[in-house]
Design a protein around this ligand. Structure first.
Ligand code: TRP
Length: 333
């Protein structure tokens, strides 16, 4: 029997600042798990990052560290294609083309654009506005079948689908219309200080997030300060956002179910519980942090890895881009 072609998965993360436990448990851990079953293409979306002004030296450092950290988390460059977006010029080129097939009104309706322009009122640049076209280019260049995205990116994926369908209808089938991929075990990790909002690396209060490279002391301290409630009972229930979040984190890193966790902490206070969550996270991150130290010390390996990733990505991306240019009617060069 002929082997069925594996479905293609594309996803990306921005190398802006530190990557958090929320990014890891919510996205990266799932990426790692998908690598055997799918043809995975993962990218560091550094072109997206300059929609917010970056300090050049820090930006460069963040990108390299993010690349090393993703390898340390288990992204395997033998199984998957793992590259840096700015190294494959087809992304910027297709993004321009797609801008011309996307309506001003559609982009104006994006809630992320509205949020971000409120947050960076002094720098509402055209890149921030056209951000979804670049994201659509990322996905469509690889003819991705599935795209794992969080709730905050769903609207962008919907726009990607619309633009792909529009282009296919105007010319002929060119792009695979991607579906969202909802992980079997979805984890939405919230801020430790405000458990009604998502854990974010741009949180002004560093106690709200755990950075993947935080030291064990810092991790323990942040969990000890985590917001809970006055109920003093480890129980998963509506209205107990802080406790629910800590239970969610504990479940993710230990593989225990909510019921098992409730039983484990029956009759015990939040102090014990927070210590246990902190220790479990420290142990879970320890091997990742060790691997990170090894990778980041080996610049030559990292360089070889991302160059190879970019070369493999570019072969696929350039094929799609060439088709697009031809269909539109650009004179071949
Ligand atoms: N915009 C995404 C984020 O900030 C990152 C991203 C860029 C992405 N291109 C993508 C995600 C393509 C999925 C597919 O989280």
């Amino acid at each position: 029997m002929e082997e069925q072609r594996k479905q293609v998965i594309f996803s990306a993360i921005q190398p802006s600042g530190t990557i958090t436990l929320g990014n890891y448990l919510g996205a990266l851990k799932n990426w790692v798990a998908l690598q055997d079953e799918y043809d995975c293409i993962f990218s560091l979306a550094d072109l997206h990052t300059i929609t917010v002004r970056q300090d050049p030296a820090k930006f460069r450092k963040n990108a390299l560290e993010a690349y090393a950290l993703l390898l340390a988390c288990g992204i395997d460059p033998q199984k998957s294609i793992f590259f840096i977006q700015s190294h494959v010029s087809a992304h910027a080129e297709l993004a321009w083309v797609l801008n011309c097939y996307t309506q001003f009104g559609e982009l104006s309706r994006m809630t992320q654009f509205k949020d971000k322009s409120a947050k960076h009122a002094d720098n509402i640049n055209a890149g921030l506005f056209a951000y979804p076209s670049l994201m659509a280019a990322d996905i469509l260049l690889y003819q991705a079948d599935l795209v794992p995205v969080g709730a905050d990116q769903k609207q962008h994926l919907e726009l990607t689908r619309n633009v792909a369908e529009r282009f296919n209808a105007a010319y002929s089938p060119t792009f695979t219309v991607p579906d969202g991929y909802i992980p079997k075990q979805g984890a939405r990790i919230m801020s430790l200080q405000d458990p009604t909002s998502k854990m974010s690396k741009s949180d002004e209060n560093a106690n709200g997030f755990i950075a993947m490279l935080d030291s064990p002391d810092v991790i323990m301290r942040k969990f000890k300060r985590a917001v809970t409630d006055s109920d003093a009972c480890v129980r998963y229930a509506e209205g107990k956002d802080g406790v629910n979040n800590l239970m969610g984190i504990y479940a993710c890193v230990t593989g225990k179910t909510m019921e098992e966790i409730e039983r484990e902490f029956e009759g015990r206070g939040y102090g014990d519980f927070k210590t246990a969550v902190g220790e479990a996270v420290v142990e879970h991150l320890r091997p990742i942090q060790e691997r990170f130290s090894q990778y980041i010390a080996d610049k030559a390996y990292l360089e070889a890895c991302y160059r190879d990733g970019a070369a493999r990505a570019a072969r696929i991306a350039n094929r799609t881009l060439a088709k697009v240019m031809k269909k539109i009617g650009f004179l071949p060069g």
